[in-house]
Design a protein around this ligand. Structure first.
Ligand SMILES: NC(=O)C1=CN([C@@H]2O[C@H](COP(=O)(O)OP(=O)(O)OC[C@H]3O[C@@H](n4cnc5c(N)ncnc54)[C@H](O)[C@@H]3O)[C@@H](O)[C@H]2O)C=CC1
Ligand SMILES: O=C(O)C(=O)COP(=O)(O)O
Length: 466
């Protein structure tokens, strides 16, 4: 939940209501006249590379926002899905209008899929976050309404680590300012306050995929590395994990942040933390804009406590390229832009050809395999379930339900007369996912089965593929 205290209280009735309407939309999709009956030869082939029925792929509507890479777009188009791809994110009112109609939505870090937006997304079954962070999606609300979310957990980690290395050197040499001056026609050759990075200490906050990769790169340049993480993480090379944020701030010449956006990481670096840093140290934030309190950073820069900073992310970011970065977005923007030795980049940490294409492939494949087969392998908010089919002519039941006692008994009663070939079930928090395959069921039986499963009280969403 995104901090809305009322969400938890009324979730069950709302889930039920939304479940009904969403299931109905799939029901109408799966029983529309042209799709109702498939002659045997058109039934699901023995390999799962082709989509399972009952839907026609050309009925699957996909909305991609924020310039999702072509590799990802092509994968979805190759399936025959109807894909609309926009280069920017959308303001909330326009997003709500668009999202009502689609089964699949693809976003990056900007688009906020809040409970308010998702409540309107009556047909939506899956979200692809074509990035690492998933803080922009209300994951819990999505799961409790049967909407699966996928991301790409490390395809752009190297790109972020490389940008961070570049920034460490650029800041240390004040190279951003020198470049700006020369762009403006001023020659200003200085060595005062410019340093080599060799022998300096890098402090990494959040030693996950990006932090640990960065650790290796920094050591190869002769830097010492200390880090802080809430978990005990294996040290790369000769890096040392320190027991507190404070200890890392006190020891490092450069601090770089690689934590997710969480309530605990909001304003993690503020007035107090700047005062704990060494005089003349540097701060890099390529994680999320909420992690640093910017007014405190502005004070630390003006007082000389900070020798420089690099920021790639901001609490409020423009919706698309060409949009202005000004005080309409964040009240302190003008002050920030006026500071010395502050590198400002427009959230490009993961923006390389390599990363975007790898993300497109990874998330694109995950979306296709969820839509066509129901597989939740790699999902960030759903229990992970997949089954591998070898025989043709099986019906696959996908049943997302509230994780409450007695549901499997009810489902098994409904299935009592079918031959169940395989069955898998997993739960995660309030939601459980059951996937099973039955043999020998004809069209009419499948339609009846679908209706009976849908009428189970705890059903959030069901699909039957055959
Ligand atoms: N600027 C950009 O374009 C990009 C930004 N990012 C951001 O970077 C973040 C980190 O990415 P990864 O390294 O892939 O994530 P990760 O999940 O692999 O690592 C994050 C680490 O932070 C630690 N952590 C969590 N809360 C903490 C706390 N309060 N104090 C200290 N450590 C804490 C976790 O234990 C974990 O080890 C992402 O969540 C995303 O927001 C990611 C990719 C691109
Ligand atoms: O992967 C992430 O979490 C990022 O922040 C990168 O976001 P983007 O895909 O560039 O909007």
């Amino acid at each position: 939940m995104n901090g809305d205290p009322t969400d938890a209280q009324d979730i069950i009735p709302r889930v039920d209501k939304l479940a009904r309407s969403v299931s109905n939309s799939w029901n109408s999709l799966s029983t529309s006249p042209s799709l109702a009956f498939h002659p045997p030869q058109l039934r699901r082939p023995s390999t799962v590379t082709k989509p399972l029925k009952p839907f026609e792929t050309k009925n699957i509507k996909v909305l991609l926002l924020e310039n999702v890479n072509k590799t990802g777009q092509d994968l979805l188009r190759e399936q025959g899905y109807i894909v609309e791809a926009l280069k920017t994110s959308l303001p909330e009112d326009q997003l709500i209008e668009k999202i009502r109609d689609v089964h699949v939505v693809g976003i990056r870090s900007k688009t906020r899929l809040t409970a308010k937006v998702l409540r309107e997304a009556r047909n939506l079954i899956v979200i692809g976050a074509f990035c690492i962070g998933t803080n922009q999606v209300d994951l819990e609300f999505a799961a409790e309404n049967g909407i699966t979310v996928f991301n790409s957990p490390f395809s752009n980690s190297r790109s972020v680590a490389e940008l961070t290395i570049a920034e460490i050197i650029m800041l240390s040499r004040q190279a951003g300012d020198r470049s700006n001056e020369l762009h403006n026609g001023t020659w200003n050759k200085v060595s005062a306050g410019c340093w080599e990075v060799r022998g300096k200490t890098l402090g990494i906050i959040g030693y996950g995929h990006i932090g640990s990769q960065l650790s290796v790169l920094a050591e190869t340049m002769g830097m010492g590395v200390v880090y802080y993480d809430v978990l005990t993480m294996m040290a790369m090379g000769t890096a040392r994990q320190l027991p507190s944020l404070e200890k890392v701030l006190a020891e490092a010449d450069f601090i770089t942040l690689h934590v997710p956006e969480l309530p605990e990481t909001k304003n993690m670096i503020g007035e107090k933390q700047f005062s704990q840093m060494k005089d003349g140290s540097y701060l890099i934030n390529n994680s999320r804009g909420t992690v640093v309190d910017i007014p405190s950073l502005i004070n630390a820069s003006r007082s000389g406590k900070l020798a420089g900073a690099a920021l790639d992310v901001y609490p409020n970011e423009p919706g698309g390229n060409g949009d202005y970065f000004n005080n309409d977005l964040n009240t302190w923007t003008t002050d920030l832009r006026s500071l010395k030795n502050i590198i400002l980049t427009p959230h490009i940490g993961g923006s390389t050809e390599e990363a975007q294409s790898a993300i497109g492939a990874e998330v694109g494949h995950a979306l296709v395999s969820y839509v066509n087969e129901g597989s939740t392998t790699g999902a960030v908010n759903m229990p992970e379930v997949s089954v591998r089919t070898t025989e043709p002519n099986l019906a696959r039941v996908l049943f997302i339900h509230q994780n409450v006692p007695g549901v499997l008994r009810k489902v098994n009663t409904i299935l009592a007369d079918y031959n169940i070939e395989r069955q898998k079930s997993e739960s995660r928090g309030k939601v459980a996912y059951l996937m099973l395959e039955v043999s020998g069921a004809g069209e009419q039986e499948i339609a009846t089965l679908y209706k009976e499963l849908e009428s189970v009280q705890a059903c959030i969403r069901t699909r039957v593929l055959y």
